[in-house]
Design a protein around this ligand. Structure first.
Ligand SMILES: Cc1cc2nc3c(=O)[nH]c(=O)nc-3n(C[C@H](O)[C@H](O)[C@H](O)COP(=O)(O)OP(=O)(O)OC[C@H]3O[C@@H](n4cnc5c(N)ncnc54)[C@H](O)[C@@H]3O)c2cc1C
Length: 312
């Protein structure tokens, strides 16, 4: 299954503004995506300790690889050391980090966003899960890194999130599109004041491709009244029978996780995955991925409104 992605040129353009101007402009849909600007205390640590928090004067920050772990056949978990053991990333959910490297023998920098999966207050470290696309410039570079190597990062705000802004959130993810969803899920459930209910529908090719399953299963056990999840895979093994749905996400599957709109009126749906998945669930994004586009797909058929859905 392909990862969620947008045209590389988009990041190159945005990032070149950042490099020259010293500030990375947020993309057009970010400003009012959730219609809010304030993150909770846990999500907005003091600037002094925050190594990667978005600040107007900050350019790229170079971090050293601390460890690399193979997660499955094409995904690695990469952990980078923050400048010292006292510092934290300090990024607010949902924030991705734009990586930048210049391929050997080339002169055009390659920039790709990856979304940290470690909590934003983890001291001294930041981790990512990166899927490898053979021939892909960004993921091949990330997969080639070994402890001691460095990579440049710059925060790229995806969405502002305010605790309890919604009574129910539905997360629909495919493949490595799970990383921003996981970042927000952690922020919600690590904040005792946030009472948001969350349902996750996560699609993959095979059971082996399901990322962060242990973490989601633990959350479902710990918060049975507030967190539920359904995994669906295109191909099952006998081992997984009973645990998983089979096939692509469809109306019946979505209806299972969607809240009852009579009891939960204040809802938000986040859809994060490959473009074909996004299109079938919520309609295609507009302007080659730059805008949210109109709402269509299954969510459109289910009567959702454009402002109730965000496409990554
Ligand atoms: C906000 C955001 C956050 C992201 N976070 C993560 C993350 O945490 N982890 C992660 O693994 N990825 C993440 N991605 C995807 C990541 O940014 C890259 O798009 C991905 O690694 C592919 O880049 P590449 O340079 O390796 O491939 P490219 O050089 O862009 O593409 C080269 C070839 O690889 C194949 N390929 C590349 N991307 C795709 C695709 N999406 N579908 C099908 N084939 C493809 C194609 O054959 C293509 O011709 C994120 C994307 C966005 C937009």
């Amino acid at each position: 299954m392909s990862a969620f992605t947008r045209p590389a040129v988009r990041y190159a353009a945005v990032a070149s503004v950042a490099v020259t101007g010293g500030y990375l402009a947020t993309r057009s849909y970010n400003s009012n995506a959730f219609g809010c600007t304030q993150a909770h205390a846990e999500s907005a640590p003091s600037d002094a300790k925050a190594a990667l928090k978005k600040m107007p004067w900050k350019g790229f920050t170079e971090l050293k690889v601390e460890s690399v772990e193979m997660v499955n056949h094409n995904v690695k978990k990469l952990t980078f050391a923050l400048p010292d053991n006292e510092t934290i990333s300090g990024i607010a959910p949902i924030t991705s980090l734009l990586t930048q490297h210049t391929p050997e023998g080339g002169w055009i920098p390659v920039m790709r966003p990856y979304t940290p999966i470690s909590p934003n207050d983890t001291p001294g470290q930041i981790s990512f899960m990166v899927k490898h696309y053979p021939g892909g410039k960004g993921s091949t570079k990330m997969h080639s890194l070994v402890p001691g190597d460095t990579m440049k990062f710059k925060p790229l705000a995806e969405l502002d999130y305010k605790p309890n802004e919604f009574s129910h959130m539905t997360f629909v993810a495919g493949g490595s599109g799970i990383t921003p969803i996981y970042q927000l899920t952690q922020a919600i459930f690590r904040n005792p004041e946030d009472k948001t209910k969350v349902a996750l529908l996560y699609a993959n090719n095979t059971e082996e491709d399901i990322l962060l399953k242990k973490e989601f299963d633990e959350l479902a056990e710990k918060f049975p009244d507030r967190f539920s999840r359904i995994y669906t895979v295109s191909k099952t093994s006998s081992e997984g029978e009973g645990l998983y749905h089979t096939g692509y996400i469809d109306k019946a599957m979505l209806s299972k996780v969607m809240p009852n709109k009579m009891s939960e009126r204040n809802v938000k749906v986040l859809v994060s995955g490959p473009p074909a998945m996004i299109e079938s669930i919520a309609g295609a994004k507009g302007m080659a991925g730059w805008t949210q586009g109109s709402l269509g797909g299954i969510l459109g058929e289910l009567g959702y409104k454009k402002e109730e859905v965000h496409k990554f």
